[in-house]
Design a protein around this ligand. Structure first.
Ligand SMILES: C[S@@+](CC[C@H](N)C(=O)[O-])C[C@H]1O[C@@H](n2cnc3c(N)ncnc32)[C@H](O)[C@@H]1O
Length: 324
């Protein structure tokens, strides 16, 4: 992440802060619209620099968090190739590199050339990403992807109409053995994740994370939404645009990681922030037997109680390493 922060700081160097702040304001307004677009939103260098500096640390942390859960479910696995579709400035390529450091064949596809140009420039600073291929491609019915181990699709589905979302998930399912989809942690983002999850299961994938099973999601439609939270350090640009002095903010995201490989999904997943009370911890869990539950772990549970005090929203429960 520090590498990414440094690369982003270099990118902004020389751009007038006011111009970048204005571009960020425009982007926020655009993304609030939450509607599919017919032309790239990231139009020019200031737009892209603003996106990269303002949003990329947050999308990076969200994807990294989803990949950490995937890595837990696929111990010992390392992707030999990665394609990031709608990859923009490449946040997911940095997240994959952080999760599984090392050289691999990396391709980033996007229809916005200015985004690809900035992504290429940022990645030039990273020894394992400098040879990534940054290619223009439009997501649509005729999208075909080369075979690879891992396809990521982060914060893209909300920019697509339903037929293109379906075409993208189908293309990913044909090309990759493992597919990770990340969206904003809103009811609409969750709905798009569930739509993609169902499609991947129909294509023969199993869920590696966050769900402990590959059956239907136990959340009754419209009553709640499954989402998680990733902590993101704020840059000086954030403080300039949003004001305030908080050193961090929490990025809410929804995700699904699905695979054709034999995975070990979590026995259960913590789906809300645990509530720590005197002598006990309340855990809201999504369970392998396809239901949501609230568990209370007390001091009498010994080591499990210690683990519960350390448990965080989004963690596997019990933790993967506690069984050994
Ligand atoms: C919100 S950005 C996310 C970028 C990156 N994946 C991330 O997580 O930071 C959405 C990206 O999807 C791309 N995109 C949107 N619709 C597209 C389409 N029909 N074909 C190709 N790329 C598209 C945009 O150009 C943009 O780079």
């Amino acid at each position: 992440m520090n590498d990414l922060r440094t690369a982003l700081a270099d990118l902004l160097d020389g751009l007038p802060p006011r111009e970048v702040a204005a571009a960020v304001d425009r982007l926020i307004a655009n993304y609030r619209g939450d509607t599919p677009t017919h032309a790239p939103i990231l139009r020019d260098r200031a737009d892209v620099a603003a996106y990269a500096a303002y949003r990329m640390p947050a999308t990076f942390e969200a994807v990294r968090s989803a990949l950490a859960a995937l890595a837990d479910a696929l111990p010992g696995w390392t992707p030999a190739g990665h394609t990031d579709v709608g990859g923009g400035t490449g946040a997911a390529t940095w997240a994959v590199q952080t999760t599984w450091p090392g050289e691999r064949a990396v391709t980033v596809l996007d229809w916005a050339e200015p985004a690809l140009a900035v992504g290429r420039r940022l990645a030039a600073a990273h020894p394992a990403l400098k040879d990534a291929r940054w290619q223009r491609a439009r997501i649509g019915a005729d999208l075909t992807l080369d075979d690879t181990d891992l396809v990521t699709v982060s914060y893209v589905l909300n920019e697509l109409a339903e037929p293109d979302r379906a075409a993208l998930v189908d293309a990913a399912a044909r090309a990759a053995r493992t597919v990770v989809i990340v969206e904003a942690g809103t009811p609409a983002g969750y709905a798009r994740v569930i739509e993609a999850r169902d499609r991947l299961i129909r294509a023969g994938f199993r869920i590696a994370a966050p769900c402990p099973h590959s059956a239907a999601c136990p959340i009754a439609p419209g009553t709640d939404w499954c989402h998680f939270s990733a902590r993101v350090g704020r840059s000086s640009l954030h403080r300039q645009v949003k004001g305030g002095s908080l050193a961090y903010e929490d990025e809410k995201f929804s995700y699904v990681a699905a695979t054709r490989l034999p995975a070990e999904p979590a026995p259960a997943r913590v789906v809300r922030r645990p509530q720590i009370r005197k002598g006990q911890v309340l855990l809201d869990l999504c369970e392998a037997d396809e239901r949501l539950s609230r568990g209370t772990v007390t001091k009498r549970h010994g080591d499990l109680y210690k683990a519960a005090r350390d448990a965080d929203w989004g963690d596997a429960w019990p933790p993967y390493d506690s069984a050994s």
